[in-house]
Design a protein around this ligand. Sequence first.
Ligand code: NG1
Ligand code: MG
Length: 515
Amino acid sequence: MADLPIPIFTSLHEIYGDANAALSQATRWNALLEHYQTVFGAKATHVARAPGRVNLIGEHIDYALFGVLPTAVEPDILIALSLSPSPGGHITAENQDERYERQSFAATRSGGKWEVGIDTSELRWESYVKAGYYGVLNRYLDTDAAAPKSINMLVTGSVPAGSGLSSSAAMVVASTLSFLVMNGALDRVTKGELVRLAMENEKRVGVNSGGMDQAASVISTPSAALYITFHPRLHSSPVQIPSTHPGAVFVITNSLVVSDKALSAKVNYNLRVVETLVAARVLARGLGVSVGEGEKVTLREVVGRWAGEGEGEDIGPERLETALHMLLGETERIFDRAEEGITHGEMVKASGLAEEAFHELYLSWVEVEATRFRLYARTKHVLSEALRVLQFRRVCLSHSTPTSTPQVHGEEVLRDLGRLMNESQESCSKLFQCSCRELDELTKLAREAGAYGSRLTGAGWGGCAVSLVAEPDVPAFIERISKSFAPYRKLSKEQLKEAVFATKPSSGAGVYVVE
Ligand code: NG1
Ligand code: MG
């Protein structure tokens, strides 16, 4: 799937998967195109679209290179575009959301590179646009070439920011696509390359994320979720959610706590990235798996090497599952299990590296802030969560055709999937500490409202939960949760619809050509 070209869309039906969804989106698209003409006095020629995603299971394990199971959702970022007649590679970016001011900028050449002036000291909306620009300029345009094209852009988004539905990745993917298409470079890029480019681009805004969001936003199709693996290279395969009886639906509920991941990265996201990387080295040491002195090995690689995986090889889901089962026991022996975590000094010692080498490898490229490091708990989460992804996938695959699922088993399948989701929430909350009070409460209330399973989705520390609900129960579920979760009681009907909604998988990113 990663080798495919970027789709060029000519109808909304192709994008949203069915006629009803296309119809309900058409108003928004038309409003965007009309607004574009009012703002820029010319018609948009293209619209770059990138969807948000919901991760069904597999949280905070993509940067440890374990497989995850997300699907793109209908909410998306749209960027209407046309070339501007002004010379000099001038970009004007306007956002339909009035909180975000109009921005103008141009690329400059310095030391054989293009620069666009991304300000990472604060979270600015245009940084995501600039991040896309930076990557396209430096990868696809020669520094000695004539100036890049001048472009007018109008952005609109229906992915709530800071909600764990990956608005940031959708922004970066959409902006990367915009600059590719307007500079005539779209046909030089495959889906896989767009994922890699968008990953690099997003890192420029300050979060050392894995590749799940960009891959889900780019590679998804309306027909299935994706099992995405990153080791030894990016790979994805569709996973059909079982067509049980009753049918299953994933419902998103927003905790309404906004998590400013980029701003608090040094005490949460980036700290977890460092903790899991150091944990991989400690685990390798305890298992007698060899790791190069300056190698930033990941947990997935350590597990693979321990299980006899060759260089560039993938042992596959079955052998990986067995290895994870066995290793979960080993962690008790290898790690210091102190509840409160270990100190910096103890962590360096456990790594087997000298202080200076440790600093260079794990701390010199990232800013983190902590007095204690919980390597044991983080490892336990990552390995058990990786195992749950494989189990979730296995349940789906063994019930993927209606004929292979006798109707009486429908409930059992949903119970199995739900249980894995609940265990994931428990692990995120207790071991990885990426939940928050509101998400713990919301997922508990979701189960009480009839969900088979409920868990936070995305980075956590706020944002959304995803719940597995039997299709006929969805209206009753929404009704109950809107009464029981206190913050929902003060929302208007419209606001509630944005905070709680059933998701449909949608197609991945692409460019719509305005006729
Ligand atoms: P969110 O917070 O939804 O953007 C982040 C990371 C993912 C992944 C998840 C946790 C970014 C762009 N994405 O997702 O790569 O690590 O957290 O599973 O930061
Ligand atoms: Mg994000």
